[in-house]
Write a protein that binds this ligand. Sequence first.
Ligand code: ATP
Ligand code: MG
Length: 140
Amino acid sequence: MTMERTFSIIKPDATKRNITGKVVSMLEDGGLRVVAQKRIRMTKEQAEEFYGIHRDKPFFGGLVEFMISEPVIVQVLEGENAVERNREIMGATNPDNAVAGTIRKELALSIGENTVHGSDSVENAKTEISFFFSDMEIVG
Ligand code: ATP
Ligand code: MG
């Protein structure tokens, strides 16, 4: 068990439906602590760079448009095995495949509008955290 940090986004479908508190509660109930958080409107350039790994996928254009359609909440979560733990609490990318009780099963609308993002490795978490936060903004 190691103390880790991961990067999380509460996506536009959640800010639009005014359910960001529910999402944070599920993360906190799952054992993670919010150590940095801000509500932003992502620019198109930010969204394209952030999801750059998916640039060649057919859903890329729609994904970028969705991420800039409403504000998002970007946050840093801390806890034991935070990267993996967050992915467990989030559930599978497609809510139809997600386990009951996970954020995506309970709250997501579709594979595209799936309520949350979470880093998929410790290395990517570091990159993604520094994409949106300076060290001074993270208060553990
Ligand atoms: P995220 O990176 O957002 O945490 P993930 O790691 O579970 O999600 P990825 O494979 O990295 O899933 O896909 C990134 C995002 O792209 C997904 O969360 C989803 O919003 C969108 N996406 C992925 N596959 C599809 C698809 N087939 N159709 C529409 N959108 C998709
Ligand atoms: Mg991913």
